[in-house]
Design a protein around this ligand. Structure first.
Ligand SMILES: [Zn+2]
Length: 128
């Protein structure tokens, strides 16, 4: 494996994605066209994974891996925000600012309120 990229986090993700596609193609075995499409996807992902592991262009593979980490972080942050909003849904109401799309959290049951966005200062009215 000297001079090769080896097995990194992105390759690990690709392998997991291939396994998910295998399971999905088994679930869709009654629909041959869908199963075939999923199997083709699974082979494509596996071939790409092996290509990445054996690649000698380590710099480019490391850049791909860094991009993968960034996207994963962004996804995890979004998922955490979703979870927090779900847990606080009974005490707070969440709104998006119409002008900058920032998320605003307002206590529930306060009637009609004039809200001011902390990010851009835009004022708008919402029922809480
Ligand atoms: Zn705003």
């Amino acid at each position: 494996m000297y001079g090769r990229n080896g097995y990194d986090a992105y390759s690990q993700f690709l392998l997991l994605a291939a396994i998910v596609l295998v399971v999905a193609s088994m679930l869709f075995s009654r629909l041959p066209a869908v199963a075939l499409l999923l199997q083709m996807g699974e082979y494509a992902v596996l071939v790409y994974c092996v290509f990445r592991v054996l690649s000698r262009n380590v710099l480019k593979r490391q850049q791909e891996n860094a991009r993968y980490y960034e996207r994963r972080q962004r996804f995890l942050r979004w998922a955490r925000g979703l979870k927090d909003r779900w847990q606080q849904r009974k005490e707070y109401k969440f709104f998006r600012c119409p002008s900058c799309h920032a998320l605003l959290r307002v206590p529930r049951g306060k009637g009609r309120l004039q809200l001011t966005c902390r990010k851009c200062g835009n004022r708008f009215e919402r029922k809480t």
